[in-house]
Design a protein around this ligand. Structure first.
Ligand SMILES: Cc1cc2nc3c(=O)[nH]c(=O)nc-3n(C[C@H](O)[C@H](O)[C@H](O)COP(=O)(O)OP(=O)(O)OC[C@H]3O[C@@H](n4cnc5c(N)ncnc54)[C@H](O)[C@@H]3O)c2cc1C
Ligand SMILES: NC(=O)c1ccc[n+]([C@@H]2O[C@H](COP(=O)([O-])OP(=O)(O)OC[C@H]3O[C@@H](n4cnc5c(N)ncnc54)[C@H](OP(=O)(O)O)[C@@H]3O)[C@@H](O)[C@H]2O)c1
Ligand SMILES: Cc1cc2nc3c(=O)[nH]c(=O)nc-3n(C[C@H](O)[C@H](O)[C@H](O)COP(=O)(O)O)c2cc1C
Length: 1127
């Protein structure tokens, strides 16, 4: 437009056209667009502090433009660019969906055939049996007109037009030129009104080639009128295609031009009405009016309007009746108004072309008609480009005589082939990201199994959550989450990091620099709090939910859920991400699979599309089975969603879940040429991605009296004092944990070695090698390569320090054992167990068998070292609550360790020793202990010294409290603390046997560090059993109420989860009684204590009465699943 001229009603105003004949854009203009685009991209990621990455990317882009005139967009930039181009398109009314665009990145295609394959995939995905999905396919960008990739058709699906001898036209006149061009290239249409045009595709600037469009990929809707007595329409035999996929528009993303980018949304009904009725198109307005019996003589009878209206009604009705996505112009305009208002808020403007946006029918009845809209162009942009036949210089000088390269019979075959190849093509393109968070490795193992099944149709990758770049999340197509839950409903350590970075990333703008406390409530379901204490420390606490409301748990597998979404006013960050979550947990904990639920809720809240309901695996009941069922279902659902079902052999894929990918002949153990082993601590650090330090034992003391029977019945609790030599990595605060990598029992290792067929000599350093294959000019070369899972080491070292030999083998490992030349009888039993169903569960729970016991039960297994080195899980660290203050014992770390021993089968089976506690009970002062400090900021003492605290810790639960009272002692001795309420509640069996730290507590009381000490004895002769919670309820309810409610004090609980749950319930009761609160109010109060960080838990697991607790949970679980199966 100019001051005295408006171009508002031009079809192609110059600012919306890119004509390659105008020559290449200048380097300056590309630089400008590129800078603006990269700035937009980084701003969109809210990576405010990541200016380094931003700057580096800008440098890289500018350098590339200076040397080549252009640059390559990253995949994420491409996705962002595509969505933004749509968002910026002034003429598009359906832009509310801009964030929900699936991108097929086909920038690497080199031939028209590959383009054809990609278009087939695009159409299949977009059509989705009528539940239309918006998507875009990117072919290579323009370097030069001479190397262009273009689709010559204006839309992927178009009807041909034939000129008759009398000059009249049959078909869609919009496509006359293209039809004639196709005919000149050898295509022969059938001469009908609705013949599908072939695709005319051009690769790398070569002459275009024809491809017949597979009719099975084109969904069409036959038009009929909803009202009785309106059969005239059916008689007219009209139809239209379902997917409007524009293919002649160019995208300019930050100065990079993409001339070949077919994309689609879905129809607004009036578009089809115009296609059929406009004079320049099918021109059916008169025939329709006549068929309707209207008086067409007088314009004032409004016969045209009536015909238009009835046809529009019929179009909407027919599509809806066939379950094919379509919008009516009222919904479309209203959704646009919502989008417009969102954009005004978010971006301060929304470019719009009023002339285009007002629908051709009943314009003034829609809100856009009455809205003033500014029209302007933004980059990324969708631009018009001239039809290629207007400027293309044919290479084939006799183009007129030219025949299509493919014969039509061949074409038919190629179409058939295509559907087979499409699986491959799609698999190459659709990425599935499997994110896991795990504390002891099970979720990782499950993620690997999931990868196996997903690789049958997708390009699946397994990534630990803490190594995942959160910025990629919104650009993912498919995200699968496998996570366990730890603490008391908390994420595993690597999950917590993910969750927090994610929140910071996604909610970045709302987090002010100096924010002290940040709380985020998501529909009241999830609450997270971040608290910056000292500058360097981020305090965070996480409270998850085990249930969520049905609304937030919408599963989007319903037919036409997309149509239902059309009107949605907001698009969450993850609008385009399909996801599913599997949680591992144990029902022995009150917050079963809570972190998995929190993740599921969270992704749903951000508008991710849930492929399936969350799966839950209870380690006490059917975890393996639940996982397999879920994995199979989610795989099927993903295949359906991405239209891969027909091409995938589901049986083969499912079978991969119960087989382990280990070929005995592909691995071998060989003597290492250098007979040296790397340092164990360094190796463990690398293996587990942890900074480990070494400590030495200073002293070990048994804390139980001899009467406790620790000699006779091996019942002992030990105080371990380790020397840290003030190693910086081992700095800690009272309340933190020490992680220790143990060593397996030497006797067990010895016995295991004796059972391995090819075990090498005890001192021989060996290495595991894997067979690899490489292509070369002389064919495929096979060679052996060192497997990096384990370092070169002796077998003794591998089984002592690196591998877990005591956790019961997984079904997959049992399956591999069954293939080790076992006899028939054992093979049968192993086969049953390896199904991972109830037989396996019962066997595992009853016997808790270690590897040696399994080998004893199946003596015919011919075991080779390579299998174990490759398949056994890694030996994991154990955590201990640090039991000393660095101020009282500088350079030392103390732990209070209960030495785990138990008889399996509820006390009647063989004796088992806990790996790490027994190791700590046996180390000598010349052994290096591999350890690291894990900070537990949610279990620290209050920052202010005048806040009263109650500490509840029966048995070994007293461990961290020793560090607390020592810390107070140190402060009192320095005069920095004048003593304030610190009440300790301890429970044990008998005052004379296991009253841990009795004297130390008495001494701390004398000095004023501990103000009150209460004890509960459970096995005192002649007295009733008392637990800590009984003491709280019966002896000190007023005291507890006063501290937690009136004095706003802190409440700490440490140890077993059942005990912690019962203590929690007791506090709830006290609040109800003393505070006259309802149960809900009391619960709210406890929640608020958690929010204020006044309620702290340090959970060891199910440690008290392990067998009984687990057994009763298992029985309940079994009863439940039996009653469900009866139903
Ligand atoms: C945050 C945290 C802090 C901790 N702090 C301490 C602490 O300060 N002091 C302390 O002593 N421990 C503490 N623990 C527990 C500790 O980490 C180890 O779990 C414990 O020492 C046992 O490890 P282990 O290697 O000796 O036993 P493992 O070899 O790991 O064997 C333990 C396993 O044996 C099985 N089991 C145990 N008892 C029975 C039974 N009766 N019947 C059947 N099966 C059974 C269970 O499967 C159990 O998981 C803490 C745990 C956590 C998570
Ligand atoms: N990961 C592990 O498997 C693991 C880790 C650490 C410790 N443990 C095991 O835990 C045991 C020793 O631990 P410990 O010394 O800390 O404790 P403990 O001496 O067994 O128990 C301490 C006190 O807590 C009581 N208690 C039991 N159930 C309770 C409940 N639900 N609520 C409140 N109090 C309860 C006990 O009573 P009663 O027993 O008399 O009922 C006892 O008085 C050993 O058996 C050890 O093997 C296992
Ligand atoms: C200390 C501890 C705390 C746990 N807390 C929970 C919990 O709160 N909720 C739950 O469902 N499972 C809980 N579990 C069970 C684990 O989630 C379960 O063992 C899971 O299979 C571990 O998977 P991973 O190896 O991937 O970490 C806990 C286990 C331990 C040892």
């Amino acid at each position: 437009c100019a001051p005295k001229k408006c171009n508002g009603s031009l079809m192609q105003p110059s600012n919306m056209v890119c004509d390659p004949r105008d020559g290449k854009p200048s380097v300056e203009s590309v630089r400008k667009l590129a800078k603006d685009f990269i700035d937009q991209y980084f701003a969109s990621m809210k990576r405010r502090n990541d200016s380094e990455a931003h700057g580096a990317r800008l440098d890289e882009v500018m350098n590339s433009i200076d040397s080549t005139g252009t640059y390559e967009l990253t995949k994420n930039e491409l996705i962002f660019g595509a969505k933004t181009a749509w968002r910026n398109a002034p003429r598009c009314i359906g832009r509310i969906q801009w964030n929900k665009l699936h991108v097929f990145d086909c920038r690497k295609v080199t031939s028209t055939y590959e383009m054809f394959e990609a278009i087939c995939s695009h159409l299949k995905y977009a059509t989705n049996k009528g539940n239309i999905r918006s998507c875009i396919t990117f072919f290579p960008p323009r370097n030069d007109v001479k190397t262009e990739f273009r689709v010559w058709n204006s839309q992927l699906i178009r009807y041909a037009c034939y000129r008759q001898e009398d000059g009249s036209l049959v078909g869609d006149p919009a496509n006359l030129e293209l039809t004639e061009l196709c005919e000149r290239l050898g295509w022969k249409g059938k001469g009908g009104r609705f013949d599908l045009l072939p695709l005319l595709l051009q690769a790398n600037g070569e002459d275009p080639e024809l491809y017949e469009l597979p009719s099975n990929l084109v969904l069409e809707v036959k038009l009929r009128h909803p009202d009785a007595g309106q059969e005239w329409l059916e008689k007219m035999n009209l139809k239209w295609y379902a997917v409007p996929a524009v293919s002649n528009i160019m995208l300019n993303i930050g100065g990079v031009e993409f001339p070949g980018v077919p994309f689609n949304g879905w129809f607004m009904g009036t578009e089809i009405g115009r296609d059929l009725l406009d004079t320049a198109r099918y021109n059916l307005i008169l025939p329709v009016a006549e068929a309707m019996g209207l008086n067409t003589k007088k314009t004032a009878s409004l016969w045209k309007d009536k015909a238009i209206l009835e046809l529009n009604i019929a179009v909407l009705h027919s599509f809806q009746d066939d379950n094919v996505t379509i919008m009516d112009h009222h919904v479309a305009t209203e959704s646009f108004m919502k989008h417009f208002s969102n954009e005004m808020k978010l971006r301060g403007g929304c470019p719009g072309d009023w002339v285009w946006l007002v629908p051709p029918v009943s314009g003034s009845a829609t809100p856009i008609f009455h809205q003033e809209i500014l029209n302007y162009t933004l980059n990324p942009a969708c631009l018009y480009q001239p039809d290629p036949w207007h400027y293309y210089k044919w290479k084939d000088s006799v183009m007129k005589k030219r025949k299509n390269k493919l014969h039509f019979k061949e074409l038919a075959r190629s179409v058939l082939m295509t559907s087979r190849m499409m699986t491959k093509a799609m698999a190459n393109r659709i990425k599935a990201t499997i994110l896991y968070a795990s504390e002891t490795g099970k979720s990782y193992a499950y993620s690997k199994s999931l990868q196996e099944i997903f690789n049958h149709a997708f390009d699946a990758k397994v990534v630990p959550m803490d190594q995942y770049d959160i910025c990629n999340l919104e650009y993912e197509a498919l995200v699968l989450i496998v996570t366990s839950t730890f603490g008391n409903g908390d994420p595993p350590e690597n999950g917590e990091y993910f969750f927090v970075t994610k929140i910071i990333y996604l909610f970045g703008p709302s987090i002010a620099e100096n924010t002290y406390v940040i709380k985020i409530y998501l529909s009241g379901l999830l609450f997270i709090e971040l608290k910056h204490r000292k500058k360097a420390e981020t305090k965070r606490r996480f409270q998850s939910v085990a249930t969520a409301t049905p609304m937030s748990r919408r599963v989007s597998t319903k037919q036409n859920s997309f149509s239902n979404d059309i009107q949605s006013s907001t698009q969450g960050v993850l609008a385009n991400v399909k996801f599913a979550v599997f949680g591992l947990g144990s029902r022995a904990y009150p917050h079963f699979c809570a972190f998995a639920h929190a993740m599921d809720t969270f992704l749903g809240e951000l508008e991710g599309e849930r492929l399936m309901e969350i799966g839950e695996g209870d380690e006490l009941c059917g975890q393996e089975e639940s996982f397999r069922r879920w994995a199979q279902e989610v795989f099927t659902s993903a295949c359906d969603t991405f239209c891969l079902r027909e091409q995938v052999n589901l049986e083969d894929a499912n079978a991969s879940l119960s087989t382990s990918k280990f070929e005995r002949t592909d691995f071998r153990v060989v003597v290492h040429d250098k007979q040296v082993q790397p340092n164990v601590i360094k190796t463990l650090g690398t293996m587990h991605r942890k900074k480990l330090s070494s400590c030495r034992l200073i002293r070990r003391k048994n804390l139980q009296s001899e009467e406790s029977g620790y000699i006779l019945f091996s019942r002992s609790t030990i105080l371990i004092q380790l020397e840290t030599k003030n190693c910086e990595n081992l700095n800690f605060c009272p309340g933190d944990h020490l992680g220790i990598y143990p060593r397996n029992d030497p006797d067990l290792v010895k016995e295991l070695l004796s059972k391995i067929r090819d075990a090498t000599d005890e001192n021989t350093v060996v290495v595991l090698e894997a067979k690899r294959e490489k292509r070369s000019i002389i064919g495929n070369l096979k060679y052996w390569e060192e497997d990096t899972r384990l370092p070169p080491c002796t077998l003794n070292m591998a089984f002592s320090r690196y591998l877990d030999i005591t956790t019961p083998p997984t079904p997959q490992l049992l399956k591999l054992f069954s293939e080790c030349d076992v006899n028939q009888e054992e093979s049968k039993r192993l086969e049953v167990l390896s199904q991972g169903q109830s037989e396996y569960e019962d066997w595992k729970f009853l016997n808790n068998p270690n590897l040696i016991e399994v080998l004893n039960q199946f003596p015919s297994i011919q075991l080779e070292a390579a299998l174990l080195l490759k398949q056994l899980p890694l030996l994991q660290a154990r955590y201990y609550s640090i039991s000393s203050s660095p101020e009282i014992f500088p350079g030392e770390i103390h732990c209070t360790v209960s030495v785990v021993t138990y008889h399996t089968r509820g006390g009647t089976g063989p004796l088992h020793h806990g790996v790490c506690s027994s190791y700590l009970n046996s180390i000598t002062d010349d052994e290096e202990v591999a350890c690291f400090v894990r900070t537990a900021p949610t279990f620290h003492l209050p920052l202010k010294d005048n806040i009263p605290c109650i500490l509840v810790g029966p048995g070994t639960g007293i461990a961290p409290f020793r560090s607390f009272w020592q810390q107070r002692l140190a402060e009192i001795r320095k005069g920095a603390h004048n003593g304030c309420t610190m009440a300790l509640l301890f429970g044990c069996r008998n005052p004379n046997h296991d009253h841990l730290y009795k004297q130390e507590v008495a001494a701390a009381m004398k000095e004023g560090a501990i103000s009150h000490a209460y004890t509960a004895f459970s096995r005192e002769k002649g007295k009733p059993k008392r637990y800590v919670q009984n003491v709280i309820m019966s002896e000190i309810p007023d005291f507890v109420y006063d501290i937690v409610h009136e004095k706003k004090g802190h409440f700490y609980v440490c140890g077993d989860v059942t005990m912690a749950t019962e203590v929690n319930k007791t506090l709830l009761k006290i609040l109800c009684i003393k505070g006259e609160m309802t149960k809900e109010k009391a619960q709210e109060f406890i929640n608020s204590m958690k929010t204020e960080e006044r309620y702290h838990e340090d959970i060891f697991g199910v440690t008290l009465r392990t067998y009984e607790v687990n057994r009763s949970v298992r029985l309940k679980g079994k009863e439940k699943s039996e009653s469900l199966s009866h139903k």
